[in-house]
Design a binder for this molecule. Sequence first.
Ligand code: HEC
Ligand code: HEC
Ligand code: HEC
Ligand code: HEC
Ligand code: HEC
Length: 579
Amino acid sequence: MKKAWILLALTLILTGCGAGETETEQAPPPTILLQPTRTPPPTATSIVTPTVEADVNGGRSGDPLAMEVGELFSTSGSCAVCHTNLTDDTGADVSIDTSWRATMMANAARDPYWQASVRSEVMDLPELSEAIQDKCSTCHMPMAHTTAASMGSTGVMFGEDGFLNQDSDLYSLAMDGVSCSVCHQIREEGLGTEATFSGGFNIDTELRSPDRVIFGPFTTEDSLASIMQSSSGYRPIQGLQLSRSALCASCHTLYTSYVDASGQIAGEFPEQVPFFEWYYSSYRSTQTCQDCHMPEADGGAKISSMSKILRSPFAVHSFVGGNAYMLGVLDEYGNELVVTASSENFDAAIERTLTQLQNNSATVEFEDVRLSGTRIIADVVVRNLAGHKFPTGYPSRRAWLHFTILDGSGQTVFESGGFNEDGSIVGNDNDADPAQWEQHYLAIVEPNQVQVYETILRDTEGDITTALLHAAGYRKDNRLLPDGFEKKSPYEDIAVRGGAMEDDDFQGGGDSLQYAVDIGSAAGPLTVNVELLYQTISYRWSENLRDKDADEIQRFLRYIDTVPNLPVVIATTSVEVGK
Ligand code: HEC
Ligand code: HEC
Ligand code: HEC
Ligand code: HEC
Ligand code: HEC
């Protein structure tokens, strides 16, 4: 079924547009109505000559993107040929392939943590193996999964027929991850409603090349559209759904089935629902996912190397998130993991991620610090700046406060929330014992108490777990709420869980708490410091995989043992207190 084309000859045979009838009239309005978002005005300005120097200094130089044409999808290399060499007004390179190839979405299938985690779920529940592989490949290998589904098969990842086998017909499509022709073929139908959540995005499976359609934010001149169509088999047409959060919601709203103690499927669990967190925040009326995650190029830019006009806003495909750690692993083990991005691409992606984490994610401040007898009383305020909970997304993410007091000679007098080389947090009950967890605090008085903003998952018996298929609910969810989020929100799946519910100053926008610490006879002046730390793979989430003997799992553990899983400092502040 697959034919490999090399897209070299650009035949300029202009045919009538046979693709018009595919945009079916939109049926019922989505049950969730969204605000209009970034509007795509086709502004025309004169063209500046692009000067691009894409050279690599040290590290892996990267591999070409796959060039494969399937019946329903093409891999990124077949699109990149014409969507590269693009610059903005400042001369910065905004080439779509360059921005995209080092993102977590481009590497969603190669991601060694994801592969290990699917293997682990399959080992826990071998009788559900097929269903698990099918589910997990839906969003991480969307081109292979959708293609298999269109032929009536399920998505198999492991074994001889699996997508991960290099001999599989669907290997290239699978490994290209969340690629160009996935997002750009998603139809308007059902977006923002249950029908499209959990990877239920709607992609046409009937049309064949050259009548397939690629949606984009702009209107395109006929002659240019025909160039793309005759060479790629897809005709670009305007589809405003591309600019809506509801598009992202199709994969970023995930419900997973869970089993009870007898191994029977017993219900569905909201594993990650950033779209709802955003929807019930004030950002719904001000910023879309795209606004924050696809930064706007400076001024105008051509959208293809053949374009005649500059467009604005031009959305840069950098999809900046929080997972600097995994980007580092993908770079470090790039050859083994067959990544296409170069070290330079990864360095740029890590840099963008750190910048977002440190400038736009959260802040920490002292409201008041005073000495009262032999006690330091410090009031700390943490604010969430993101468009959803912080942390958001996959439940292994956590943020916590590291609070220290040093005496006049620089000796530590008090510390809460320090961390070890292996990525565990000192004094965090969950890291010490998988059956325990750290409560949400209103005040901290002991070094073994740590404020950790996180989710703790429980199974149907109430025991805590990091296995997705056993996760039936949240024991704790005190992740910082976004601005405008009503804590008493009626929506079950994004509710605050545990002690934070009773904490009056834990509200939309942030949290405050007090440190009240006896420092005895410590000599001044005292330095009181607090930092907000963030980690994408909490200690328990990797540690709980240790007892499993399977290639994908042992490989992931080797990576995590060699690339230090240390937290990123999101924000820090310090004051001196005389004594
Ligand atoms: C995760 C989904 C996603 C992937 C993957 C993706 N795009 Fe996009 N693309 C978008 C969205 C969303 C927009 C429009 C953003 C807006 O209007 O705010 C866009 C816009 C564009 C545009 C218009 C110019 C611009 O950047 O604004 C082009 C051209 C384009 N994409 C091509 C590509 C190509 C080529 C690839 C693969 C290398 C790709 N896209 C991968 C989501 C995606
Ligand atoms: C032969 C060159 C060529 C190839 C190959 C190609 N494109 Fe295009 N693409 C173009 C041109 C030309 C335009 C129109 C540019 C303009 O209007 O300025 C375009 C426009 C687009 C747009 C914007 C559509 C809109 O209405 O906003 C998107 C998105 C896009 N292409 C995605 C893709 C994807 C995905 C692939 C791979 C399946 C691909 N392109 C392959 C040349 C190409
Ligand atoms: C076809 C499914 C799909 C669609 C559509 C999709 N995503 Fe993703 N996205 C994923 C998957 C899968 C991952 C996780 C990859 C991994 O970590 O292995 C991800 C990860 C991310 C990340 C995390 C990056 C990081 O560093 O941690 C961001 C940010 C993101 N997506 C933004 C978006 C935005 C914005 C849109 C809409 C324009 C979107 N996504 C649409 C599947 C999708
Ligand atoms: C106001 C800006 C803003 C908006 C709007 C926004 N985000 Fe984010 N997002 C951020 C910031 C900042 C981070 C990094 C901190 C964090 O992880 O929460 C982030 C992180 C993420 C991550 C990565 C988390 C990780 O584990 O690496 C995902 C996935 C994500 N956002 C998806 C979305 C989706 C989907 C939407 C739309 C429904 C959205 N975001 C809307 C600012 C925003
Ligand atoms: C509906 C789409 C969807 C499905 C289905 C899905 N995922 Fe994901 N997955 C995502 C997104 C989106 C992210 C990124 C969230 C973030 O960065 O915080 C992600 C991230 C992950 C991560 C974290 C990767 C990292 O590098 O930190 C793991 C592990 C993971 N998924 C495992 C699974 C497993 C196991 C399954 C099957 C049970 C599965 N996923 C099914 C969308 C999906």
